[in-house]
Design a protein around this ligand. Structure first.
Ligand code: SAJ
Length: 419
């Protein structure tokens, strides 16, 4: 059975580009989101998120009539669920538990329009077992249809987990080029999923089961988190031992089998700092390294703030006629990683905010990727203004504009090793 109409549930950073990609291959795509503003914006051919080249793709798809957005689910041949999987609120220091309520809501919304032959794919990053849970919810709502957990290969509805793996900032190319892990609840579920993805995916589609596919995605991001934690721990050790960590890492990386990542102000974004918890909360006794890496990376912003406080004390000691009120601090970069404008879940932003809270003078912020900023005691300035006024330079993100600065100053806290 071919896929004439494809529905994408959740039109965020993954759902919208995926919907637009199917539409660009001349498939009828119905995008669904609970956010009326997002739906209205997309139906005008515009986008409500920032991602290179996505605006052109969406505009063409809407103009040619292949992509429409709606707040209600309509019948389709395939449903891709790309909704958030956040944490449940938890006490400080406790292990966060994943919140599957958005997946549950999507199952409830899809169920009434499901028909024999439909394919349901969970793309959201999920804890192990979430796809089976999704299939259970669908079966509860539709007792008249059969599902893979009940009858296996011959089920009337097919269900699979095919995790998204694209890098924010490169979504449009990576969606097409990356390999896909296809975790069908049965072989037939996997084969039908491949048929669907091959509409636009050029990368290889590799079949496994749903649980392994869930764990594969969590493993990818946990692996990166552990490796960044190693680099961050080295940076803290090196500060104590008076060793330049950047030089150290570049020397160690000359070994043919060593490839250490780069330290920074902490780990930000919506994935790498979140997904490892999905493993830790399921297997808290066993996931020792993964848990420790999370703690190391979460501690790093606090350590950077301590370095800034030390720099203020050193500055005042070197300039005894000045008071703290007269010390100008500038924070270079607020985004969660270089050369993007995304400030959400950004350690750099949190560090800058914390400095603006404890410091008695106004803090300067330099973020070339944004136009305005509304944070108490912080002012967005140009690089030139900052260079002419600043006493303590705090480099938080290695944006390309900052790499060009030849900074000569006595008081620098450089979390990315570019000065
Ligand atoms: N970071 C470092 N040091 C490094 C590399 C990164 O401190 O050497 C920091 C960044 O500054 C940033 C954070 O880590 O704060 C995460 O950035 P990232 O570029 O490593 O990853 P994300 O969160 O933008 O996207 C990740 C990707 N996963 C992997 O590379 C394994 C992407 O492929 C996933 O699709 C995405 O998570 C997701 O949606 O899960």
């Amino acid at each position: 059975m071919s896929f004439e109409t494809i529905s994408v549930i959740g039109l965020g950073y993954i759902g919208l580009p995926t919907a637009a990609m199917f539409a660009s291959r001349k498939k009828k795509v119905i995008g669904v989101d609970i956010n009326q503003h997002a739906v209205d914006t997309i139906n005008k051919g515009q986008i409500h998120i920032v991602e290179p080249d996505l605006d052109m793709l969406v505009s063409a798809a809407v103009q040619q009539g292949y992509l429409t957005a709606s707040t209600v689910v309509k019948p389709a041949d395939a449903f891709l669920i790309a909704v958030p999987t956040p944490f449940k609120p938890c006490a400080e220091g406790a292990i966060p538990e994943p919140d599957l309520s958005y997946i549950h809501a999507a199952a409830k919304a899809i169920a009434p329009v499901l028909k024999k032959g439909d394919l349901v794919i969970l793309e959201s990053t999920s804890p192990v077992g979430a796809t089976e849970q999704l299939a259970e919810w669908l079966a509860e709502y539709r007792e008249d249809l059969t599902f893979p957990q009940q009858v296996g290969e011959g089920s009337e509805v097919n269900v699979a987990h095919c995790p998204e793996r694209v890098l924010p900032g490169k979504v449009v190319t990576e969606l097409v080029q990356n390999d896909r892990v296809i975790g069908g609840m049965t072989k037939r579920c996997s084969e039908r999923s491949i048929e669907l993805y091959k509409i636009f995916v050029m990368g290889e589609c590799v079949i496994t089961n749903a649980r392994t596919a869930e764990m594969a995605k969590l493993t990818e991001n946990s692996s990166r988190d552990v490796q960044i934690a190693f680099a961050n721990e080295l940076s803290i050790i090196c500060e104590k031992l008076d060793i330049n960590v950047w030089e150290l890492i570049s020397l160690a990386n000359r070994h043919p089998r060593v490839n250490i990542l780069q330290p920074g102000p902490g780990v930000g974004g919506h994935c790498i700092a979140v997904d490892p918890w999905f493993i830790v909360s399921k297997t808290p006794e066993e996931a020792q390294i993964i848990h420790t890496a999370r703690k190391v990376n979460d501690y790093k912003p606090q350590w950077v703030i301590e370095q800034v406080k030390i720099a203020i004390a050193d500055f005042l000691q070197a300039n005894p006629t000045k008071t703290a009120k007269e010390v100008t601090i500038a924070c270079y970069g607020l985004a969660f990683k270089p050369d993007i404008d995304d400030l959400r879940e950004s350690p750099a932003l949190n560090i800058a905010k914390e400095i603006a809270t404890f410091h008695s003078a106004e803090v300067l912020a330099i973020e070339p990727n944004i136009k305005s900023l509304n944070i108490k005691n912080m002012r967005l300035v140009t690089i030139d203004e900052s260079l002419s006024k600043t006493d303590i330079h705090v480099l938080l993100v290695d944006h390309q504009q900052f790499k060009k600065i030849k900074l000569k100053a006595d008081f620098i806290v450089d979390t990315k090793g570019i000065w």
